[in-house]
Design a protein around this ligand. Sequence first.
Ligand code: XMP
Length: 310
Amino acid sequence: MNAKKFIENQVDEIAGTIGREKAISALSGGVDSSACTVLAHRAIGSQLKSVFIDTGLMRAGEPQSVAAIFAGLGIKVEIVDTKKEFFAALKGKTDPEEKRKAFRYAFYSSFGRQVLKSRAPFLIQGTIAADIIETQKGVKTQHNILEQIGIDPQKGFGFKVVEPVKELFKHEVRLVARELGLPEEIYNRMPFPGPALATRIIGEVTPERVALVRAATVIVEEETAPLKPFQAFAVLLADKGTGIAGGARTFGDILIIRSVESKDAMTAEPSPIPFEILTRMARRITKTLPRVSRVAYELTSKPPATIEYI
Ligand code: XMP
């Protein structure tokens, strides 16, 4: 694929489709939505409004660092704080599928409000070829935003969806993102699920439990960075384990370190992390997070396990 040519064609096509109208883009910092946002910005400039929905479930500093990267490219990103809405939607929920549904509903209702507020008749979506294939197969259902928020793009409000990278696969989107001048931390970004840290918490998703997983994730990402795993992260279990602190017995949280190697996320193997790095992560996690009494490394492949925990 010729990334330069692809960019030229897409910029022309987006400009032609949108004309003098407005468009809105939901940016997550992932490579797909990032590439689409830059393409659309090149095509229509200030007619594009880019929003980052801050669910309260992103990794440490992610909304701000993504907005800063885009500011550096001359693209203003509005961070929409929807933390309260997401934690309210997830409150009391422990069933994995219910948690996913609650997240999806909160996402589409808050993004839907932004779309209506902006009065933009066009939505820029980072749908890629694999999403379309998986949606057709019934593996994923969350990609058609308009249907999810109950809007029929044709009849309802006349919204039109523009999907500039829908014919590309992930590795091709990475090439385009690189050619667009996005930094490596974006074009080589580790996959991160839509429902974010909620997929790494067993049991209820509360602000305190998210903060714990977020802090442990920083340590896991730092320590495994030189090994360049496909994905590496921390998971919080719902059970407790006995520990000792200051000579007294404690009953603390149990964290799992998950790191996998994969090409396409359809199958995965546990990363062969040197023992020294594993024990250093465990030490750092228990030292920084005294609530944690146990840290374990996961050895399961996909299948039979999935990569995420919910
Ligand atoms: P699983 O856990 O199914 O994950 O083995 C496969 C890959 O997909 C990511 N993932 C998601 N991505 N929305 C997404 O955009 C989701 O709901 C979702 N669930 C899992 C996961 O991180 C892995 O790369």
